[in-house]
Design a protein around this ligand. Structure first.
Ligand code: CS2
Length: 487
């Protein structure tokens, strides 16, 4: 027996499920990037809206790169199980907010058609940092990226989010249909502004009049999203199947904590996501910076150190004093220059993070977080570093965190068969292999301007801290750095 509409009433009583009439739900949101995070976050909050009786906000979920989610969820009528887990307590809930699932290259024209439909009021995004095709350090659109070139050459058959959004908006403008709101839910600073800049830069290459219309008419609210959501494992699937008494091809396991802070700026209305716990605020930048720098900055730091010390999960990494001591100093460096949102005590926020990271019920792999470092370091670590440098403050913990990323790159470069999951992997690996001398390694990696800009490599004080951190890690008995690094 499989999870699907007709089997909902066969679920055990302990499993929560949609009690609203799914056949009456009207799709109004097209979500690009229907991965685990979206299904643990926005889809859950939207499910709460539907459960309140407002059935006007169904989600069409689209996977742009692969049809994996569609293959799993389409036979299940878009239903999947959410497992919220803490030590000793868990709750299973079947989520019904996704009413159509599209995926893979073959469906791109359908995705575009849904985005053009007058009933679509919001296009939301979780496509990760690299899905925006922006240079991490400068924020400039990567006009030379093959996918962008392809979409500019064939704008009627777009494959990137930028191509899809601009083509759909072109259709709406030509047909007198109101523009939808573009809602970024990715971990980027001022993610709405970032999405807007990327869309406008792309549109200007094609049609300046359309670009001006988008600039004037389309809204791109910023939002801070937060829920730790590890990739689903086969063990999770087997566990959920046993609990449901039926199969679920792709359940999601997440923590109990969830936070979403959204700027209230929508062209065609929006669901009352406060029903699911979201907050509307005009202080998104402060929320986003606190989260990116405290949570994600610490996450990346412990992911690289965890990889170097053989710690497979975040909770395991949090047992190592080398890592927890470094994080304590790192958080102190972050908080010293942070502008927290009004009414929030950032020290309390950090204490809560420690508990979340230690959650033994989540198997959040350090390898998962270690991916795409080039796209993550600037907003997670380098932004604080630059503010501290400008204030004349030393940053030994931030420097050590960056040194951890460098060791991870060097080790990957020297491990036969190892793959660096990063859009800039060839640049990074080439620099990481170029020398075995610590000073030269640091110079080479710091010379990748797309990540580090051109300022940090000329800062002698920072470079001395970085070299010190790099050497300390190389010499630490618990760190398995590449063996042949010379001090
Ligand atoms: C993580 C995030 O994979 C990563 O880089 O830092 O996905 C993190 O789990 C989320 O941002 C938590 O909200």
């Amino acid at each position: 027996m499989q999870l699907c509409n007709k089997n909902l009433n066969q679920l055990p009583a302990s499993v929560r499920r949609p009690l609203y009439d799914r056949s009456q739900v009207v799709p109004a949101i097209v979500h690009l990037g229907v991965g685990a995070f979206h299904r643990a976050h926005q889809a859950v909050m939207t499910d709460a809206v539907l459960a309140s009786g407002d059935l006007g906000w169904g989600i069409v979920g689209a996977g742009l790169m692969t049809s994996g989610t569609k293959d799993a969820l389409a036979p299940q009528d878009g239903l999947y199980t959410l497992v919220e887990r803490a030590a000793g307590s868990e709750q299973l809930q079947v989520i019904g907010a996704i009413v159509e699932v599209l995926g893979g290259a073959a469906d791109l024209s359908l995705v575009l058609a849904r985005m053009c439909a007058p009933s679509t009021r919001i296009v939301s995004l979780t496509v990760t940092e690299k899905g925006y095709y922006l240079d991490p350090a400068s924020g400039q659109l990567q006009l030379q990226a093959p996918a962008i070139q392809a979409d500019l050459a064939k704008p009627d058959a777009p494959k990137t989010i930028l191509g899809l959004i601009v083509q759909a908006l072109k259709h709406r403008k030509a047909n007198g249909i109101s523009p939808f709101t573009v809602l970024s839910c990715d971990n980027l600073p001022s993610n709405g502004k970032t999405a807007r800049a990327a869309v406008l830069a792309f549109a200007r290459e094609l049609d300046s009049e359309l670009a001006a219309w988008i600039e004037a008419r389309v809204r791109f609210p910023c939002s801070m999203v937060d829920r730790i959501t590890p990739a689903t494992t086969d063990a999770d699937r087997a566990y959920v199947d046993a609990q449901l008494g039926m199969t679920d091809a792709w359940p999601i396991v997440t923590e109990q904590f969830v936070q979403w802070v959204i700027e209230d700026d929508f062209t065609m209305g929006r669901p009352d996501w406060t029903l699911g716990g979201a907050v509307f605020s005009s202080e998104i930048e402060a929320w986003e910076n606190m989260k990116l720098r405290c949570l994600n900055g610490a996450h990346s730091t412990l992911a690289y150190l965890g990889q170097l010390t053989g710690r497979e999960t975040v909770a395991e990494a949090m047992e190592l004093p080398l890592i927890t001591d470094l994080l304590d100093t790192l958080w102190a460096e972050v908080l010293e220059v942070l502008h927290a949102p009004a009414g929030v005590n950032p020290q309390d926020y950090v204490e809560q993070l420690k508990l979340r990271f230690c959650n033994p019920a989540l198997k959040h792999r350090t390898a998962q977080i270690a991916m795409d470092g080039s796209q993550k370091l600037p907003q997670r670590l380098l932004a604080t570093l630059r503010e501290r440098l400008a204030a004349g403050l030393p940053s030994p913990a931030l420097a050590t965190a960056i040194a951890g990323w460098m060791h991870f790159a060097v080790k990957t470069a020297h491990t036969p068969g190892a793959v660096l999951n990063d859009p800039l992997s060839s640049d990074i690996l080439a620099q990481a292999r170029a020398s075995q001398d610590s000073t030269a390694i640091i110079d080479n990696l710091l010379g990748i301007d797309k990540i580090f800009g051109s300022d940090l490599k000329t800062d002698a004080g920072f470079k001395a801290q970085l070299l010190d951190g790099f050497r300390r890690l190389a010499a630490h008995p618990q760190v398995a750095a590449a063996p042949h690094i010379a001090p």
